[in-house]
Design a protein around this ligand. Structure first.
Ligand code: MTE
Length: 313
């Protein structure tokens, strides 16, 4: 396992965390993928709601090849735009995310309705290369751009009653045609325990591959929780609520036997219909072993000390 621990962004340079050869190789690769990204972005109207230049590069990274941009943007789960993996890329192109507002409410001293620009402080933006492991046993490595969720949440001054954080996606069937069908109980909902939400690895992402977030990946802002199955990483967030009780989550409501509240990546706890011991990295032929907590065990295992992870799956 080659996860690099988080340090203060200001004293962390790429050369500190990655061997020189991999660094060079990655820069070359990133240049190539930027070119592809540019072409692809040119063909779909992507609103650059935020100026995401000047972010700190690669604060946390993994020594694994980055998934090509075209795979990360054409093989998606985003049921608001259809249930097929290629539906979001096909159907989300026209999704208008301008004038986006996020409501922050619940157990906090400073609730409010904020524009994206007010919510995300440009100086807090960082690039973080994380593994994403989907419950369906495929995985990717993605360079996200975002702010630590903790940095964002602290501004609202959560009270001592804030034990959990709940998130909701936009409901607007005209703009999100997948919502015209009741395949899920809309809105898409997710939740974290407050210590998970405040963990330094938890990110609110507003971009990837050096660009604003593509619509199919959850524009204009989404959650990224790298040690949990991908479905916890809720897209196109419009509401964040501090709660005292454990909030409802979409997949747990849909099928509680198959999807628990925690959803930590765990090769030892099978999904009722398939094993979680191995995964297919998109673009690779042979499956690889799934790592405990998706490889972030050193960083997050202490959050679950003493818990039976078969019970709290
Ligand atoms: N968020 C919303 N609002 N709707 C969704 O259907 N799918 C989830 C998650 N976030 C989903 C969502 C699932 S199942 C996965 S695996 C990830 O998004 C996929 O993220 P990606 O398409 O960027 O790889």
């Amino acid at each position: 396992m080659r996860v690099i621990k988080i340090r203060k962004a200001s004293d962390c340079r790429e050369q500190d965390v990655t061997p020189e050869a991999i660094y060079r190789q990655r820069r070359a690769f990133m240049k190539g993928s930027m070119l592809g990204a540019g072409l692809l972005l040119g063909s779909s109207p992507l609103q650059a709601a935020l100026n995401i230049t000047g972010y700190r590069e690669k604060v946390v990274t993994v020594d694994e090849e980055i998934t090509p941009f075209k795979d990360a943007t054409r093989y998606n789960n985003f049921y608001e735009f259809g249930t097929g993996k290629s539906d979001p890329a096909r159907n989300a192109g026209e999704f208008d995310t301008s004038d986006w507002k996020v409501t922050v409410s619940g157990e906090c001293a400073k609730p409010g309705v904020l524009s994206l620009e007010d919510l995300i402080d440009n100086k807090d933006l960082e690039e973080r290369i994380y593994r994403l492991r989907c419950v369906e046993a495929w995985s990717m490595v993605i360079p996200w751009i975002g702010v630590p969720l903790a940095t964002l949440l602290k501004r609202f001054e959560p009270t001592s009653k804030a034990k959990y954080v709940a998130f909701r996606t936009l409901v607007d069937p005209e703009r999100m045609p997948g919502q015209k069908r009741a395949v899920l109980d809309w809105p898409y909902r997710e939740g974290l325990r407050i210590d998970e939400a405040m963990h330094p690895l938890t990110l609110i992402a507003v971009g990837m591959y050096g660009k604003p977030m593509p619509n199919q990946n959850g524009a204009p802002l989404r959650l990224v929780v790298p040690w949990k199955y991908g479905f916890k990483s809720i897209k196109s967030i419009v509401a964040i609520e501090f709660t005292e009780q454990q909030p409802q989550t979409t997949w747990n409501m849909q099928n509680p036997r198959e999807y628990g509240f925690y959803s930590n990546v765990n090769p030892k706890v099978s999904h009722p219909r398939w094993s979680q011991a191995r995964e297919r990295r998109i673009g690779e032929f042979f499956k690889r072993k799934t790592l405990m907590f998706n490889g972030y065990e050193d960083e997050v295992a202490s959050l679950y000390a003493g818990m039976d992870l078969k019970k709290y799956f």
